[in-house]
Design a protein around this ligand. Structure first.
Ligand code: NAP
Length: 428
């Protein structure tokens, strides 16, 4: 059989990993693919950059978009960015009938449905296992393996940087800012960390998981996104006292009101699979109807895990194993029918910073009760009278709008300092 001719655009962490793996395990991988996997061309920004792998005599092309018209079967897009050369390359390659493998969640979250349609129109594959949770094969699982009973909910720790920061804050009692600075020094966080800590990266991945699970077009516009910068070591300590851990989760679930998509900090009961995920690891739980929940955990980023996922896609293409990018034909991907955030309900963790004065607790309790919020348990620690102190509560299962109303009323009190913190409870 003819070799599978592969062009690679982007030779950074992921691209370098793919090249090294193909070079190191070419024989085994060709056996898996039923044909030789051959790199025929590469491109990146700077030809003269020193790289930690050898390109040998692989031809170099300056303009990555030109790879779409090179003599190859597959274009591997590993440049990144929702638009720009990554999108131009994906469009040109699919338009020319070439298969595309990418790790680019930002591009797919924004343009996934259009690219999937273009791939189908031209008989090409569009594959993206590395775009969500690195080496964890969750894309394939949702697209192909869980279809028997259908997926009702998918939730996960999808950003290793945030999980690393939260785990370190818990282990050391240090502040968010301190741990973030250390993570940047150690290379666990980007110089500009906003996409990670603000929840945007998790949102991109959740949009793809949601699309695969519910046969809808990736949709970032109907998603609540909140980051972790406001979480304090005290929150993490209180969570532990309530038998919970705080995790940044992406959650998408089918509800009677539509699909609910949320990214944000969540209280997760200690001892459940997601609560126990440590450090920079990723994890996903898929609720698969009568088949029950399935739990995946593993490395969500880095050279080897992402290369592993890209290679798996390449081997599938070599074998001719590919169908629609999101599991159903692009024409059958529905527009997402969103559940309003108003329909959410759960238990909530609430933290109020208050002046330590008589009557404050009674006032907060009354305002919560007035909005129909009942308290399951509470922690209050006194300091010197007149000094700020935290009052922390766990509510019973309550509609989110009732809690929001109560917090607004409480925040209006002159004894309450700053904005109250509200974190929903999630299944782990
Ligand atoms: N890193 C991970 O662990 C990880 C995990 C999952 C998904 N991803 C996704 O994988 C993709 C690549 O990530 P990465 O971490 O490998 O990125 P990276 O290390 O920053 O590498 C990016 C590569 O793209 C090239 N490039 C950037 N801008 C370009 C341009 N305008 N024209 C041509 N080439 C350009 C760079 O060229 P030079 O080398 O010449 O500068 C570099 O080789 C992204 O979509 C990312 O979201 C990454």
């Amino acid at each position: 059989m003819k070799p599978l001719r592969i062009s690679i655009a982007g030779l950074g962490t992921v691209g370098g990993g793919v090249i090294k793996t193909l070079q190191a395990r070419g024989g085994e991988l060709s056996a898996r693919g039923g044909r030789t996997l051959e790199i025929v061309c590469v491109s990146a920004r700077d030809k003269n950059k020193k790289r930690h792998f050898h390109l040998g005599d692989i031809p170099w092309v300056d303009d990555p978009v030109a790879l779409a018209h090179h003599d190859c079967d597959v274009v591997v897009e590993l440049i990144g960015g929702a638009d720009g050369p990554a999108l131009a390359l994906a469009e040109a390659a699919l338009g020319a009938g070439k298969h595309v493998v990418t790790a680019n969640k930002a591009m797919l979250a924004e343009h996934g449905a259009e690219l999937a349609a273009l791939a189908e129109k031209n008989g090409a594959a569009l594959k993206f296992e590395a775009a969500v949770a690195g080496g964890i094969p969750i894309v394939k699982a949702l697209r192909e393996s869980f279809i028997g009973h259908g997926v009702h909910a998918v939730r996960g720790i999808l950003n290793g940087t945030c999980n690393y920061i939260l785990t370190q804050m818990e282990a050391t009692g240090r502040s968010f800012e301190d741990v973030l600075a250390e993570a940047q020094r150690l290379g666990f966080a980007e110089a500009d960390p906003e996409l990670d800590i603000g929840g945007g990266d998790t949102a991109h991945k959740l949009a793809l998981l949601s699309s695969l699970a519910f046969e809808t077009r990736p949709d970032l516009s109907h998603m609540t996104v909140e980051g972790i910068a406001h979480i304090t070591p005290e929150d993490i300590g209180f969570a532990r006292e309530f038998g919970c851990r705080i995790k940044l989760l992406g959650v998408a679930r089918l509800t009677p009101h539509g699909v609910d998509q949320r990214v944000g900090p969540a209280m997760v009961k200690a001892g459940t699979p997601l609560a126990d995920v440590e450090g920079a690891f990723n994890a996903v739980v898929a609720d698969v109807g009568a088949a029950g929940p399935f739990f995946f955990e593993g490395r969500g980023a880095g050279e080897a895990p992402t290369a592993s996922a890209v290679i798996a896609d390449l081997v599938d293409i070599a074998r001719g194993r590919f169908g629609p990018a999101f599991g159903v034909s692009a024409a059958n991907l529905r527009a997402l029918s969103p559940a309003s955030a108003e329909t959410r309900r759960s238990a909530f963790y609430l933290r109020f910073e208050v002046l330590d004065e008589p009557g404050v607790l009674a006032e907060i309790a009354r305002k919560l009760a007035d909005s129909g919020v009942s308290i399951e348990s509470m922690i209050q620690r006194g300091r010197a009278p007149g000094e700020p102190v935290a009052i922390v509560m766990l509510t019973h299962d309550t509609p989110a709008p009732a809690v929001a109303r109560a917090l607004k009323a409480v925040a209006a009190s002159d004894k309450v300092l700053g904005r109250p913190c509200m974190i929903p409870m999630e299944a782990g």
